[in-house]
Design a protein around this ligand. Structure first.
Ligand code: NAP
Length: 250
């Protein structure tokens, strides 16, 4: 599999790290990052964005969300090419117009977790080649419905925000004097364990919540304070805001 990447920043680096074995052709900007990746992974650095597109049937777009569509409009794509964008908020319609006559696909993923092949990806619409690539980076969720994809894609922000939540909790333990390495492992293992519960248990979410909450116990106490402070409800407001930004009018 040979894939051209336009925009070699954080996301591109994570994906190159995770998709070992894939041959990449990288766009040349981004300081020494493209050259550094080329030293370690199966990557070549092209002379220009157009040269990336000229050499590859599959092109992955990791350009800045604010300018990416305009950058794509300055590149000539051809019939038979397949372009997948990971840019937050770039709709399939906009992408399709910018890369015509190439076929357009939209994806979303957490980024860093994909470097460890542990990050879920979303893909709209389905495509066997892009699914095969994304499957190297973690589980893949294929969408036939653009509206459902747009809703699910808010998880790009939810994922990033969860890192801030994890860091916040680690720092609380550190302030109490717990060893930083122990604190980091404890928080990470707790969330990983509970993620396994959601993935593996047959029980519904409410049943799981009841099962882990002793009446009058410490979980009930902690959740009660979070609720009083609006901490859980604030996630709704924040997720609504991201959805409205990514899909104006929703
Ligand atoms: N970071 C993540 O984990 C993540 C996860 C999911 C989706 N995304 C999406 O991925 C995209 C990239 O995010 P990022 O965090 O990787 O941003 P980033 O680190 O800023 O990377 C963007 C890269 O694009 C390069 N670039 C800018 N203009 C260019 C041009 N005209 N031609 C070629 N390259 C150009 C930039 O190079 P210079 O530094 O030289 O300007 C930069 O290295 C965004 O649209 C974001 O929504 C990111």
């Amino acid at each position: 599999m040979k894939i051209g990447i336009l925009g070699v920043g954080h996301l591109a680096e994570y994906l190159v790290q995770g998709a070992a074995g894939v041959e990449f052709v990288l766009s040349p900007r981004s300081g020494d990052k493209a050259a550094r990746l080329a030293e370690t992974y199966r990557c070549a650095v092209a002379e220009s964005n157009q040269a990336v597109v000229d050499q590859c049937e599959m092109v992955l777009v990791c350009l800045p969300a604010a300018t990416g569509l305009a950058i794509l409009e300055g590149v000539q794509f051809r019939d038979g090419q397949s372009v997948c964008s990971a840019m937050a908020g770039a709709s399939w319609d906009q992408l399709s117009a910018a890369v015509a006559p190439a076929e357009a696909f939209c994806a979303m993923m957490p980024g860093f977790a994909n470097a460890f092949s542990a990050g879920p990806s979303l893909l709209y619409p389905g495509d066997a080649e892009w699914e095969a690539f994304l499957a190297l980076l973690g589980p893949v969720h294929r969408f036939a419905d653009g509206t459902a994809f747009e809703t699910a894609a808010v998880f790009g922000a939810m994922s990033g925000a969860s890192i801030f939540l994890l860091r916040h909790l680690v720092r609380w333990y550190e302030r109490q004097g717990l060893d930083a390495v122990v604190a980091r492992a404890l928080v990470a293992e707790t969330f990983r364990g509970n993620a396994e519960v959601l993935l593996q248990a047959d029980a519904g979410l409410d049943e799981i919540a009841v099962g882990v909450t002793t009446p009058g116990g410490i979980t009930e106490q902690l959740v009660g304070v979070l609720d009083q402070c609006g901490a859980l409800a604030a996630w709704d407001e924040a997720m609504d805001g991201v959805l409205a930004r990514m899909v104006p009018g929703r």
